[in-house]
Design a protein around this ligand. Structure first.
Ligand SMILES: C[S@@+](CC[C@H](N)C(=O)[O-])C[C@H]1O[C@@H](n2cnc3c(N)ncnc32)[C@H](O)[C@@H]1O
Length: 350
């Protein structure tokens, strides 16, 4: 199996390189409005944002930042197929502007923006960021009532374009081979992810400045979302590509991808690390198989049997739907003019 991964330096407010209805899944994390690290970027996109912040008008800055994101949401509406899914990772912001502290509810604004564009909101996911507990209550004191709760969670907001689900021909291989294990379903489709550890964080070698500027999300987030909401053969778009975690996850999951990013420095870093992807894809897939084996053992020890055997792996599975499950790994990567072409194989247990 082969996949392609396009990476474009550009502005996602106009995705001119991406055709109408050509993307099945969007997985992305925008710059978060009212988080200070993104002030300069938003001001570059609209200088009125810098003026509002300087004038101490937090609400006006918040609105204008969301207007910049809204131009990207318009484009997602255009490029997604009917029934396609958009997963938007976003956190709220707390901030004092002109001496007044408040929360800026980014998740609520993004939700409203997608609803305005006719997307159907689906149940969302909350995940907990690994936090530095010693520093998190700094300055909050021990006497009521003026301390504030520390925000340690982020949202993955999930939307479907249009009112209908995607349709497939009965028994479509690209869908059944992309199945996930029953016990993965139970973890992945729960609404609070407490087990996103960032363990598989994959961008160690970038310089500190670039890493700080990237605000990369843990690999597990796009990887799970891609496995949950797309099939083999699908294309996953990330319009706020950053360090390319979504593309990495798409390569490991055997899907096509498109990434769009304003800053070209991130592309060079990604290119320097591309040789590591085959090993990463194997370790991600084998970790899934090993966790499944551990689950099988636990379930058997509890006296529960299995009715089905997997077709491509020497293991029992709980449901008929899992039988055709076939994990892919990356065998070869070739750089091309606008990204990468990847050759995949069927992942073997070792
Ligand atoms: C929160 S970061 C994404 C991090 C990414 N998920 C990762 O794992 O590295 C947001 C990225 O969006 C980029 N960006 C912001 N506005 C953009 C726009 N209009 N078009 C393209 N990229 C944009 C920023 O440069 C930044 O790299």
């Amino acid at each position: 199996m082969k996949t392609t991964h396009r990476v474009v330096v550009g502005d996602s407010r106009a995705l001119s390189d991406v055709a109408d209805e050509s993307v099945e899944l969007v997985v992305t994390s925008p710059p978060y409005p009212m988080i200070e690290m993104w002030d300069d970027l938003f001001t570059d996109l609209d200088p009125a944002i810098g003026d509002a912040l300087e004038a101490g008008d937090g609400q006006a800055a918040f609105e204008a930042m969301h207007a910049q994101l809204a131009a990207v949401w318009d484009e997602l509406e255009r490029v997604l197929v009917d029934g396609g899914i958009a997963c938007i990772n976003v956190g709220d912001a707390t901030r004092s502007v002109d001496g007044s502290f408040r929360v800026y509810p980014n998740h609520a604004r993004v939700l409203a923006a997608f609803e305005e564009r006719g997307f159907e909101p689906l149940p969302d996911v909350l995940w907990r960021k690994p936090a530095n507990s010693a520093a998190k209550f700094m300055g909050s004191g021990m006497i009521p009532p003026n301390a504030y709760v520390t925000l340690e969670h982020e949202y993955v907001l999930i939307f479907r374009k249009g009112g209908t689900r995607r349709e497939f021909e009965p028994g479509a291989d690209r869908r059944y081979e992309a199945a996930y294990f029953w016990e993965e379903r139970n973890r992945w489709f729960s609404d609070v992810w407490t087990d996103v550890t960032g363990e598989l964080q994959t961008l160690e070698a970038v310089d500190d400045d670039l890493r700080e500027r990237s605000a990369a999300y843990p690999f597990e987030i796009p990887y799970r979302l891609i496995c949950m909401y797309s099939t083999y053969g699908d294309t996953v778009l990330d319009p706020f590509w950053g360090t390319g975690t979504t593309t990495l996850a798409a390569m490991c999951a055997g899907r096509n991808s498109i990434g769009v990013e304003l800053e070209d420095a991130f592309l060079e870093v990604f290119d320097d690390r591309i040789d590591e992807v085959p090993a990463l894809s194997r370790s991600v897939g084998r970790a899934r198989l090993e966790r499944h084996r551990a689950f099988v053992e636990r379930r058997q020890q509890e006296g529960n049997g299995f009715e089905y055997e997997a077709d491509h792996y020497d293991t029992p599975v709980v449901t008929k739907m899992e039988q055709g499950l076939r994990l892919r790994d990356v065998r070869a990567i070739e750089a091309c003019d606008d990204g990468y072409r990847v050759e995949h194989g069927t992942l073997t247990p070792e």
